[in-house]
Design a binder for this molecule. Structure first.
Ligand SMILES: [Zn+2]
Length: 345
């Protein structure tokens, strides 16, 4: 039923102007059992005249009940989510489910295939492209489908992230501080159930166009993660992802069984002072490792200019006391790059 939700939301007059999504699912979201299929998006190009982008999707449904929408690969170079979700799609038994689980392990599939944060087709950053357009770029067509077709079906939305090639994080699950305290409370309860080593009350640098914002504005419970980074995954972070997503589904009553609870340390990002940015290009020397305590004013990193010898490094200092929650990953840094994030316990 492409376009139906938008038509309902925007009234008769406007509905006539809203184009249907070009994406057709090969699964039926209302059918019981397990279905493995695709969100098929026509994409005509040099090597395939009438070709399509085939985004894998799995639906596991067993009768009436709450619906979870689980996504990974929103950014194409983050792997804990796809590893956990391809695994879940292969193993989840509908007998253990009450309600619906929709799994899209690699949301920005062109970016995932290329191993890049953004789409190689249009350079689209999926997490800045909401609400999207049915007649926009490939990335915008995918976000439009999530906005109008998938998000309205969900009660809880879980979106996996890690740092990608350029950032590395202490493993955490997170939700946002929200004006609706009921919605916020449900999200933080799900974060606690996920049982990552760290749990974060998150502040965004740039919330416009995010999947998070789109889901929260629809009143959905939205939970996310940052589980490492560097453009790869680690055994520990993949274990956290697999255990955590089952915990959240059990906590929501969608999957049978009790939550496998592990202790978590709550972190806050109280203001923009959490973030530090490079002001020049160079070679970065981290002075503090992830998870270590830092005092306000302490040097977290030094940026060495490499064009000539004899230059003093630029010092990056912590603007607040806390622990190092994220850092720039590659050895070289450019002006404007996010160098570090300090969070408060
Ligand atoms: Zn990401």
């Amino acid at each position: 039923m492409p376009g139906q939700c938008a038509a309902q939301a925007s009234g008769e007059g406007l509905a006539a102007m809203v184009k249907p999504s070009p994406i057709s699912p090969t699964v039926d979201f209302d059918r019981n059992g397990v279905q493995h299929g695709f969100l098929r998006l026509p994409y005509s190009r040099d090597d395939s005249a009438w070709g399509s982008v085939m985004i894998p999707v799995c639906v596991v449904r067993n009768g009436q009940g709450p619906a979870a929408l689980l996504t990974g690969g929103n950014h194409g170079d983050e792997y804990e989510g796809p590893l956990a979700l391809y695994d879940l799609a292969r193993t989840l038994d509908p007998k253990d489910v009450s309600g619906t689980v929709i799994i899209v392990p690699a949301m920005n599939y062109p970016a995932f295939r290329a191993g890049t944060r953004t789409s190689p087709i249009d350079k689209g950053n999926m997490n800045r492209a909401f609400p999207g357009r049915p007649d926009g770029t490939v990335t915008e067509k995918i976000t439009d489908y999530f906005q109008r077709e998938l998000l309205p079906r969900a009660d809880i939305v879980f979106d996996f992230h890690s740092g990608g090639r350029t950032l590395d994080f202490v493993p955490f699950c997170a939700a946002h501080i929200l004006p609706d305290k009921g919605q916020e409370g449900k999200a933080f309860a799900a974060v606690e159930a996920f049982s990552a080593p760290f749990s974060v009350k998150m502040l965004e640098i740039d919330a416009v166009g995010m999947y998070d914002t789109a889901a929260e504005e629809m009143g959905k419970v939205f939970v996310t993660t940052e589980l490492g980074g560097g453009g790869t995954s680690r055994a520990e972070t993949v274990r956290i992802a697999r255990r955590g997503i089952m915990n959240v589904l059990r906590h929501e009553g969608i999957v049978k069984g009790s939550v496998d609870k592990h202790s978590t340390r709550w972190l806050d990002m109280p203001s923009g002072d959490c973030f530090a940015f490079a002001e020049e290009d160079g070679m970065i020397e981290t002075m503090v490792d992830l998870g270590e305590a830092v005092e306000a004013g302490a040097v977290i990193a030094r940026i060495h200019s490499t064009g000539r010898t004899g230059q003093a490094p630029q010092e990056i200092r912590a603007k607040m006391s806390g622990l190092l929650a994220a850092r720039h990953f590659p050895g070289l840094v450019k002006a404007g790059d996010c160098v570090s994030v300090v969070a408060v316990e």
